[in-house]
Ligand binder design. Structure first.
Ligand SMILES: [Zn+2]
Length: 235
């Protein structure tokens, strides 16, 4: 446990670690997001810890904003729900299950039973999403004319882009699209396919996207702009 902590206006206690560095001229602080949220301070040996903590208080507004904009990732445990395309899915750990078992329940929800190492539930869920998403993307691609087809598809965990294509003909998608509604995922696929014909985002490009996707391109784009960041807050 850290000796010092920064308490946000929402009551979150964020540990502060203070490092003393001989050559340091100023007090510097670095907030860290991710699973282990904390603030790292480096101070010259000549400055006191109290001075370092005062400095943190002076930067309170900036730090508050930093931690508010870097939301905590929600971890999945047995019994938790997640969205997979248009399905509500509960993940249930069952040591007796080999691999995965995906079941449709009477009320229209699904249950994903995962076995194996109890500490690897999230890995199993991620694997399930990637495997299934890849099948869906392939299916979608097969609905468009052959001259749009990529040479290869791969899934990545990129924070900034939902889809991209390389000059060698590989099309990449964020596996997190599996957490989005089906039509939003389908829009991203059609968007990338349309780039096969148009490298830019010209009116001709958008006309091709609409041709491939059909009605509702704007709605899908709006969804991504509004909720896209949330897809990074789980798993
Ligand atoms: Zn584009």
């Amino acid at each position: 446990m850290s000796e010092f902590e920064f308490i946000t206006s929402t009551g979150e206690k964020i540990p502060i670690t203070i490092n003393v560095r001989r050559g340091a001229r100023n007090i510097t602080l670095r907030p860290k997001a991710g699973d282990n949220r904390h603030i790292e301070i480096t101070r010259p040996w000549i400055a006191s810890n109290a001075a370092a903590i005062r400095f943190v208080e002076q930067k309170r507004r900036w730090l508050e904003r930093f931690f508010a904009n870097a939301p905590v990732r929600r971890h999945l445990q047995s019994g938790d729900w997640f969205d997979f395309l248009d399905m509500r899915v509960m993940v249930v750990y069952d040591a007796g299950v080999r691999g995965n078992k995906f079941v449709l329940n009477d009320d229209g929800t699904h249950t994903l039973f995962v076995g194996g190492d109890a500490g690897l539930i999230e890995n199993r869920v991620r694997m399930f999403i990637k495997t299934e998403l890849l099948k869906h993307i392939q299916e979608i691609i097969h609905t468009v004319p052959r001259d749009f087809w990529p040479r290869r598809i791969c899934l990545r965990d990129t924070s900034s882009r939902w889809g991209s294509r390389s000059t060698t003909g590989t099309m990449s998608f964020s596996w997190r699209l599996g957490l989005a509604p089906y039509d939003v995922m389908r829009y991203v696929v059609m968007h990338e396919l349309a780039h096969t014909k148009h490298m830019d985002h010209s009116p001709e490009f958008w006309a091709t996207v609409r041709e491939l996707y059909g009605f509702g391109v704007e709605r899908a784009r709006r969804w991504l702009n509004t909720y896209g960041a949330q897809l990074h807050q789980v798993l």
